[in-house]
Every structure is written in C-alpha cells, then in structure tokens.
Design a protein around this ligand. Structure first.
Ligand SMILES: NC(=O)c1ccc[n+]([C@@H]2O[C@H](COP(=O)([O-])OP(=O)(O)OC[C@H]3O[C@@H](n4cnc5c(N)ncnc54)[C@H](OP(=O)(O)O)[C@@H]3O)[C@@H](O)[C@H]2O)c1
Length: 243
C-alpha cells in the first residue's frame, strides 16, 4: 500500500537520514529543502534510482506563511495522501539576552515552532484521512535550556509543549510524538575541539550520537509505536543525566 512521508529540511544531515530511512521502509518521500537544492536533488535522484517515482523535492522558505500553505498543498498533492509529517527543519544560532533582536526571535521561533504548528494544521485533513502521525524534532535543550541560546531553547520548549497538546487535540486519529536529540552532529561553523570535548564529558556514553540513532528512533515512533502519543523520546547518550 502506498504511504507518503513529508520531511522538512531533508536535503542534508538528520533530515536526509530520516528521508533515506523512511524510503527504505517503503514510504514515498517528499524531500523539502530551502537553500540546499542541489543536495536535495541528488538525494531524490538516488532514491528514485532505487524505486522509480518514489521521491520528490519541494523547495520553500517555510518562514513565509503563504509559502508554507502552498508547500503543504503541493506536498499533499504529490501522491494524494500524507501519512507522516516529520518537522525537522530548524534554525540554530546563539544570541545573548542583551543582544537578541526581534528578527532573531522571529527567525528562531518561526522555524522551530510556528512552522511545525502550521504545517500540522495545513496537512491535518490528509493526516486524519490516513490515520497518520507527526514526529517533531525537538532537542534536549527544550527541556533544559542551552546557555547562550535562549530563544532557540524557548522555541524547542514550545515544540515539546506543542507535541503534548496536539497529541490530545488530534487523537484518536493522528499520533503526535517528538524526538529530542542530544549531541548528534556538531553545528556547522566554528566549534573548537575543546568545546566539543566539554560537551562529550557530560555524555554518559562518551560519544556523539549517529544519524542512524535518530533515524531508528523516528522509525520506532512511525512504525512500531501504535499505542504511543504525546511522548518525547530522548536520544542523547545519557546527556540529561548530568547537570
Ligand atoms: N544536529 C544535532 O546534533 C541536533 C541536536 C539536537 C536537536 N537537533 C534537531 O534535529 C533537527 C535536525 O538537525 P540538523 O542538525 O540536521 O538540522 P540543520 O542542519 O541545522 O537544519 C536542517 C535544515 O533546516 C532547513 N531550514 C532552516 N530554516 C528553514 C526555513 N526557514 N525554511 C525552510 N527550511 C529551513 C535548512 O534547509 P536548507 O539547507 O535547504 O536551507 C537545513 O538544512 C533540527 O530540528 C534540530 O534542531 C539536532
């Protein structure tokens, strides 16, 4: 039976790993990207080589509400159904309380909180018809704020709250869960070895997670968790065990 998954921010990194995993499990996938079009097209070409007409790219900046609506319409129209929405796209950068601007607030909350909410809203008829599910990509720092990243932490805390309330609002037809990763892939840009070591010292399993650790958690929530909704699955190697 045809099943369709929509994954935002899926050209690279954890989003691409999620798209590959869901495709391997038999889903047709809508690979959303914003700037990384070449990488998204390359991923989709590989997936289509494996199974013809099973993956498409849709490029959109989801921070625009009208673009979001049109993206949702296109995504739902690709194969006429949506079974799974993975809200993965995210903006992540620091900003001290003294220096945060309203533009920073807008950028960080739009990608990490507002867009996931309104994508669920826009895709709700399809998700209900398919008795589908939503997986939100949260962060351990939605539970325990990341120093230097107050707005990002607030947005992810909101995403955690959203996961729980939408699980109630959308039951019994649609399940809503989240994955809260710890240190999986280092952020792009400057992060020195000393800083990385300081993070890893507070990870019980003493290493970064792998893309596959996240993909497997999403696989569980999508395929094997029929009686699970409103849950935040932490995948952090034991980071939250430390202060
Ligand atoms: N990496 C980790 O270790 C880690 C840890 C904790 C939580 N997480 C969460 O897990 C998810 C994936 O992490 P990641 O590190 O793989 O993500 P990422 O590389 O930081 O971002 C994923 C994608 O989001 C897209 N994006 C950003 N702003 C957008 C916007 N306004 N409209 C549309 N797309 C937008 C970008 O697409 P384009 O490249 O196409 O522009 C980007 O490639 C995120 O939600 C992140 O917060 C990750």
């Amino acid at each position: 039976m045809l099943r369709v998954a929509v994954i935002t921010g899926a050209a690279r990194r954890l989003g691409a790993a999620t798209a590959r995993m869901l495709h391997r499990e038999g889903f047709n996938v809508v690979v959303h990207c914003r700037a990384s079009l070449a990488q998204a097209e390359s991923l989709v070409a590989t997936l289509n080589a494996d199974r013809a007409h099973s993956a498409v790219v849709l490029q959109t900046d989801l921070s625009s509400p009208s673009a979001l609506q049109s993206f949702a319409g296109q995504a739902a129209g690709c194969w006429g159904r949506v079974d799974v929405l993975v809200n993965n796209a995210s903006t992540f950068y620091p900003g001290s309380i003294e220096n945060v601007t309203s533009e920073d607030w807008e950028a960080l909350t739009a990608s990490n909180l507002r867009t996931p909410f309104f994508l669920v809203q826009a895709l709700l008829p399809s998700l209900r018809a398919a008795r589908g599910c939503v997986v939100n990509m949260a962060d351990i720092h939605g539970e325990r704020g990341l120093p230097g990243y107050p707005v990002y932490s607030i947005a992810k805390a909101g995403l955690v709250a959203m996961t729980k309330i939408l699980a109630r609002e959308l039951a019994p037809l649609v399940r809503v869960n989240a994955v809260a990763p710890g240190a999986i892939l280092w952020p792009e840009g400057d992060m020195g070895d000393t800083e990385k070591q300081a993070v890893l010292q507070k990870v019980a399993l003493q290493r970064c997670g792998r893309e596959d650790d996240i993909a497997k958690a999403i696989r569980y929530l999508v395929l094997d968790a029929d009686y699970v909704t409103g849950q935040i699955l932490t995948v952090d190697g034991g980071r939250l065990l430390f202060s």
